[in-house]
Design a protein around this ligand. Structure first.
Ligand SMILES: [Zn+2]
Length: 278
């Protein structure tokens, strides 16, 4: 069972790679189109679309221009396979497992696109938010109670999570804009990057709908703490490279949101018991 889950995860990973290749503009392409080489724009050969296979068979170069394939493709397939295997080992096989796997795949896709393009796409995050609201009677019920007791009140908790996710991150977003305005008043070279973008707001809404209230409140606080630690590490690393030091460089917050939100999605009960007490 775990082996089959890993295999399905790898196949879904291939789809995630396709999404990460085709969805970000410009130009946005549909998932049905063959991904193209970013260097010569020729369509990928069939083998080149399967990361693990391409690298295993040493077909890891574009057949047209010879540009190397990105290591991202096999990496995403392996990570998704491992995540699915872990989830299959943790939950018994039912609708809950399928839905959690689906949202895990969506969060991996969002993370990959955000890391590569600093973008959180509406075409991914908005349908996923709607789906999270619809699936909340199952997701918020937890793995055991989900199907035994159907409770529509969980939709209210999901909507509340959505609202709190938007409200908290919108507040940070506007604070960020204000902060940049104040800083720019005394600087010759203006900053025009905001650390926390509207994409992050939409992602926080999705996570809120997915893990509900009050989990989203804690998840966002941990995401901000993680992001702060990550920013400090990035600054230290950057300052060791001479001449490349720039303060106030925007880091994508998306991966931190996904990390904290994903942790609450899977370990929510344990984490809340640990924070609030049993
Ligand atoms: Zn090429």
């Amino acid at each position: 069972m775990i082996f089959i889950a890993a295999l399905i995860g790898i196949l879904i990973g291939i789809l995630i790679n396709r999404g990460a290749d085709n969805l970000p503009p410009p130009p946005r392409r549909s998932l049905l189109e063959t991904p193209r080489c970013p260097y010569c724009d020729s369509p990928r050969a069939p083998l080149e679309q399967f990361g693990i296979v391409a690298f295993a068979l040493r077909r890891d170069k574009c057949h047209q221009c010879g540009a190397p394939l990105r290591l991202r493709a096999p990496l995403v397939e392996i990570v998704t396979g491992a995540l699915f295997a872990f989830l299959a080992a943790r939950y018994s096989f039912n609708l809950y497992l399928v839905i959690i796997c689906l949202f895990t795949a969506v969060l991996v896709l969002i993370t990959v696109i955000d890391l590569e393009h600093k973008l959180i796409l509406n075409v991914v995050v908005l349908p996923a938010t709607l789906l999270a609201l619809l699936a909340s009677p199952i997701v918020l019920g937890g793995p055991d109670a989900a199907l035994a007791t159907w409770n529509w009140n969980r939709v209210v908790l999901s909507l509340l999570g959505l609202g709190v996710g938007y409200a908290m991150t919108l507040a940070i977003y506007f604070f960020g804009i204000l902060f940049v305005r104040v800083i720019n008043r005394n600087r010759k070279t203006k900053i025009n990057t905001v650390a926390f973008g509207l994409g992050d707001v939409k992602l926080a809404g999705l996570l809120g709908a997915l893990i509900g209230f009050p989990a989203i409140f804690y998840a966002l606080i941990y995401a901000i703490l993680l992001g702060g630690i990550g920013a400090v590490i990035a600054l230290v690393l950057r300052s060791t490279q001479k001449g490349k030091y720039t303060a106030f460089t925007a880091i994508p917050y998306g991966p931190y949101l996904v990390l904290a939100g994903g942790a609450f999605l899977i370990f929510g009960n344990e984490l809340l018991a640990w924070i609030i007490g049993p």
